[in-house]
Design a protein around this ligand. Sequence first.
Ligand code: NI
Length: 386
Amino acid sequence: MGAEAVGEASKLTTWRRDLHGMAEVAHDEVKTAQYVERQLTAWGLSPRRPTPTAVVADIEGRQGPGPLVALRADMDGLPLTEDSGEPFSSTHPGVMHACGHDGHMAILLGTAERLLARDFAGTVRLLFQPAEERPPGGAIELIRAGELEGARAVLGLHLQAGWPVGWVGLKPGPLMAYSDRFRIRIHGRGGHGSEPQNTQDAVLIAAETVMSLQTIVSRRMAPTETVVVTCGTITAGQTFNIIAEAAEITGTVRTFARDIQAQVEEEIRRRASHIAAIYGAVAEFEYLAGYPAVINDAAVVEEWSKILADVATVEQPAAMPQGEDFAYYLQKVPGAFLWLGAAPDGDRHPHHSPHFRIHEAALPLGVTVMERGARHFLAHPPAVRH
Ligand code: NI
C-alpha cells in the first residue's frame, strides 16, 4: 500500500469507528447527520437536508455538464445493546450499528473524497439516507423530496459479514425480497374448559391456521419459486381451564415477484377466514406490504461486474429473502445493489446480532467499487427508461 492508500484506509477506519460509536436508530440520526454534514462541508461541498436527518450533496464535474449518478449509503443503527467486544462500541445504550451501515457511510465519504478532483463530466449525488431499518423507510422520503429526479443511474452496496474481504456479489434481476407483514385476529367465543360445546375455541383455530399456512409454500407454489411464510407470534388465552375467546397471529412473507406476493396474500386471507368459519368464528386479516423486491438492472450489473473484475472476486450470489428499501430507487432509475465481503477475523456473527463485527479492510475496496461505478456510469449512462 502506498502512503496515500494507507492514509485513506486510516481515514475510512476513523469515520467508521466514530459513526459506530454514535449509532442512532431510524429517523433519529441527528449526530450521525451532523457528522457527515460537517465532513462534506469541510470539503467545500454544500450538503442539504431534504428530510430532518438525510444528508444529500452534489459533486459537479469540471469537465462540463453530463448525467447525474446517485450513490447511496444508509445511516441507521438498530435497537440492540452492543456486545461485540469492539473497543469503539456504541456509546448510545440500546443502539448499535449491527448491520454495517456505519461502514456504508464511511465508504460513501471515502468515495466523495476521491471524486473531489471533479475530473469528470456530470454530477455525482451522494445520498446519505436515514431509516433503512424501519419501513416505510427513508428511501421513499428522498424520492418524494425529488432527490432522484433526473438521475440516470443509482448504485448502492451492503457489507456482508458472511463473505470474505475481496469478494463482491452482483446479480441481475431479483436480489432481495418483497418483505411483508400480516396479522390475523381470530374472534371466537370463550368459555369453561370443561364445556367446549358452548365455545368457539380461538386457540384451536389459531393452531389449525398456522399449520395450514405452512402448506402455502409446499402445496400452492411451484417448487422453483422462492417463498417464505413465517408465523412469528401467537397470542391467546388467560389460563389453563378457560377456552380462549380471541387469538392473534403475526407473521412475515417474503417473495420475489409481484404476482407471487399477491397470490400468497390471498392464500393466507382465504385460509384464515375459512378455517375460522368452520368453527363458527370470524378472522380479521391485515396485510402490510413492506419493501418491494430489490431488482437489479441487468445491463448495469454486467458493466459494473466487468469494471470490478481486476480488483475483486466478483460472484453471482443467490437471491436473499431479506428486505431493503434500496428497492424503491431501482423502481425509478436503472441501477444495482451489490454485496461487499467483510467477514471479520475470528468468530462471525450474523447481521442484526449484538455480536456483529465487520472487517475494516473491506472499506477501501468499497470506495473503489463505488468510485469506479460512478465514473463508469457518468461516462456511459444506462438507457433512459420510458
Ligand atoms: Ni442493512
